[in-house]
Design a protein. Sequence first.
Length: 58
Amino acid sequence: MKKVCPQCGKEFECKHNADCFCMQYTISKEALAILKEKYSNCICEDCLKQYAMEKRDF
């Protein structure tokens, strides 16, 4: 499914299953809470990588 990232505006493919890129990342509870608060939908892989990094500035 094609989606547009609400953070950066980039178009990306969401597979919405275990094969999706998002399943490759580990997101801390804190970062996940921020994502859920800020966005009601998926974000692109580039933006998700930022949240997966430990030194992310929120």
